[in-house]
Write a new protein. Sequence first.
Length: 282
Amino acid sequence: MEKIFEGLIFEYSDGRTYHLGIRGDEVSTYILTMGSARRLEMLGELLEDVKRGGERLNWVSGYYGDIKVFGFTTGMGIGSALISVTEALKKISEGVGQAYMVRLGTAGALQDIPRYSIVVASSVVRNEAGTSHIIFPGYPADMDPAVYLSLLDSAVSRGWVLGRNLFLGKVETKDDLYFQEGFHNSPQGEESRRRYDALREMGVLATEMEASSLPILRDYFRKRFGAKVFVGAALLILRGIDERLGDMERELVMIGLEGLSRLDKFLRGEASLDNILRYISS
C-alpha cells in the first residue's frame, strides 16, 4: 500500500502545524504540557509578556522570571497527546533544538495516596496502544532524572512533604478512563481488574492518560532528528473532586513553573540538586 500522507506531520505552507498552529521560532526550551484548557489559562496568568495562539489545540508563551516558557494543551488521551507532542517536538527540532518538557496532569491513585497529593513520575508503564505504533510495548519509558528531581525540589520548597502528600515513582498510562480504569463499568472488565491488581502489587503509584507519549517521542526525536529532549511529569491525584480542585490545579502549575526555573539554574551551574537527591535517598 502507498503512503496515506507525506512527511511526519501536517503543516501549512508557512510552517505552522495543523493542530497547534505553531512555527519553530515560537517554541521555547522550557515547555509545560497539559490536557486541560483551564490549566493553560492558569499558566498564562502566571507569565509575563504573554502570547497566545493555536488552531485545534491552544498554546501560550511568556516569561517566568528569567526563563521563557511555552505551554500547550495536548487534548485528552494518548492519541491526542501523540499528535500534539509530535508537532511540538518537530518544531523544536527545527528551532531551538533542545527542550525540557513537563506534563502537568491529573491521575487516579493505585496506592494509599491522599486526595490532591502530587505524584512525580520516574517511569511509565505503557498500558495503552498508541505508543506501540512507534515501538513495541516492551520498550521502556523512563523520565529524565534532572527533570523529575527539579520537580521534586520545587514541590518540597513549596511545603510538600515526601511520603505524606508528595510521591516519586512509576505511573501507568492507559487508553480509557470510564471503562479501562473504570473496569467495574465494562462487561469485560475482569482483564483490566487483574492488570490493576498486578500494578498495585508491583508498586505503581497512579494511573493517567498521556505521560507515556513524552519519553517515547523523546527517544524517537533524539534518534531521528538529533533533538536534545528531556521529559518529566507531575500529576495531581484525584479521589473525587470538590471545590478545592481549582486551587490545587493552580498549585500544580506553580510546581511545574518553579521546577523549570530550578532546572534552568541547575543547568547554568547556579544551583544544585544534591539536597533533594539526598532527601529521596534517606
